[in-house]
Design a protein around this ligand. Structure first.
Ligand code: F0G
Length: 488
């Protein structure tokens, strides 16, 4: 493992601040940029929902980092050594021992992805009327809790709700809010306190280890179960190491162990953590483990694969070890920072400080002329795809569930996430992204709103279909063709 603390120690003589890659690329995927006339047809076919675009119509896929991070040669090599058996495979024991060593938890239950873990945990801990308290929700987490009649309370610190800020840990709990929430609902009605690392929906913002210590001490004193969503551990780990002075000299191994020691249960999406495809739950509590085992076998698969292929489990084991290499985990944050700084320099509103996962554009401001009930962030994501072939993801009102009375639940943030899957894009591609967003910024008044054509009741953002209000997409295309006659 390297001895540098992070890549930023390597300075360019020219003084330029360039995110130097600490890896080389030895396998590539061909991408295609189709002309805007084809893209407008693809967008309409997808109901203006970037989730419904076919990859063949996408140039740079910045929808998510989930399951699409670049794997290392060691991961691919490990996949060839997988032991395929229904029960008791060597592969499982290898993964289990990596998990046990890294997180120091006794039991590991595999699952096919993060939301499968959420399903199992919700089935065990959620009943009608109960409250799950968390720094911030994630879409699938909340949907599982609500489906079983539970409620979600968010106790994020106020600064976390500010799109632009210089607070280094916007994902932190507000401890006063947490205590008040527990008092209000009564300890007996608290199912658990969930901590989300790298808080996804507010722009990949980290939580500090000091804050997790406080949260955990309070929960332990009050016998409240602590659950960690470690899906975004890699980014959060990088920020603890580089932003939290106390841990600057601690090894990543020790930081992970301390985080884990504060939690009763840890689950993760292996599509993010470990750069493979799968997930799992770990705990040292035998009673919890015994309760979860039958549900894993029922919903996921036998206890030694949990719905994952053995090849993915091998890749995950190596990927989790690689999460303890600063050069692996720094790559996304430094690329997010590079893209963020380019956009800020052009006057484009983005979430600050720059977090992990991706660069988040503030649609609330970018298209403030669009009424919020016409889905600002969804409209901006559609417009970005139309003029560039870049696929981002709406993270705003569309990603919320409606209130029980059917009214819109307006999100306090309207973001378009341009995810940066680990080690996938090059610097010139990042420059292209910044260039096209700048063009759109100069033409933003041409962007209009969206309305639903088909609206699913649950998780509507994944597969709902929308249409443009008016014909703004044609007008935007006409202006683009005027400036870029080639259409690309
Ligand atoms: N928790 C967090 C914090 C996540 O970001 C995700 C997924 C999940 C749980 C669910 O995991 O997808 O494996 O079932 N986030 C993806 C994203 C979908 O694009 O941000 P999963």
């Amino acid at each position: 493992m390297s001895t540098f603390t992070n890549n930023s120690e390597i300075k360019f003589f020219s003084g330029e601040d360039i995110p130097l890659e600490m890896h080389k690329v030895r396998m590539v995927s061909r991408v295609n940029l189709s002309p805007i006339e084809q893209r407008i047809a693809a967008l309409k076919k997808a109901g203006c929902n970037t989730f419904l675009l076919a990859n063949r119509d996408v140039f740079l896929d910045m929808l998510t980092d989930s399951g699409v991070n670049a794997m290392s040669e060691k991961q691919y090599a490990a996949m060839l050594m997988a032991d395929d058996s229904y029960a008791g495979s060597e592969t499982f024991y290898r993964l289990e021992s990596v998990i046990q060593e890294t997180f120091e938890k006794k039991y590991f239950l595999p699952a096919h992805q993060g939301r499968a873990c959420e399903n199992i945990l919700a089935n065990i801990f959620v009943r009608p009327g109960i409250f799950a308290i968390m720094n911030h929700h994630f879409t699938t987490t909340k949907a599982h809790i609500m489906r079983l009649g539970g409620n979600v309370i968010e106790v994020l610190k106020d600064e976390g709700w500010k799109v632009e800020s210089d607070d280094q840990f916007k994902g932190n709990f507000d401890m006063q809010k947490l205590k008040k929430a527990v008092d209000n609902v009564g300890i007996e009605n608290v199912a658990f306190v969930r901590t989300e690392l790298g808080t996804n929906l507010i722009g990949g913002q980290p939580i500090s280890l000091a804050n997790m210590r406080e949260m955990s001490a309070f929960c332990r004193a009050n016998k409240i179960i602590t659950i960690l969503d470690a899906s975004l551990l890699a980014d959060n780990l990088y920020f603890i190491k580089t932003r939290e002075a106390e841990f600057a000299d601690h090894s990543l191994e020790d930081i992970v162990k301390e985080i884990a020691s504060l939690m009763d249960i840890i689950y993760f999406s292996g599509r993010k953590l470990g750069c493979a495809r799968g997930g799992g739950i770990m705990t040292s509590n035998e009673e919890f483990c015994k309760k979860m085992q039958p549900l894993v076998t029922l919903y996921e698969g036998f206890l030694t694969y949990g719905g994952m292929s053995v090849r993915e489990m091998e890749a995950m084991a190596v990927g989790i070890r690689e999460t303890l290499d600063i050069h692996v985990i720094s790559q996304t944050p430094i690329f997010v920072k590079t893209l963020g700084e380019e956009l800020v320099a052009k006057g484009i509103p983005v979430v600050t400080p720059f977090g992990g996962l991706g660069c988040h554009i503030n649609a609330m401001k970018f298209v403030e002329h669009i009424p919020q009930d016409q889905y600002r962030a969804g409209a901006l994501a559609a417009a970005i795809y139309l003029i560039s072939g870049i696929r981002g993801m709406e993270r705003g009102t569309l990603s919320e569930e409606r209130n029980p009375d059917g009214s819109e639940h307006f999100s306090s943030m309207e973001l378009v996430r341009l995810a940066l899957p680990k080690r996938v894009f090059t610097l010139s591609q990042i420059k292209f992204v910044a260039d096209r967003i700048e063009w759109l910024w100069h033409n933003k008044e041409l962007i209009g709103g969206l309305e639903f054509e088909e609206e699913p009741k649950m998780l509507r953002f994944f597969f709902g279909k929308l249409r443009q209000i008016g014909n703004w997409q044609e007008k935007l295309m006409a202006k683009f063709l005027k400036d870029m006659p080639s259409g690309v």
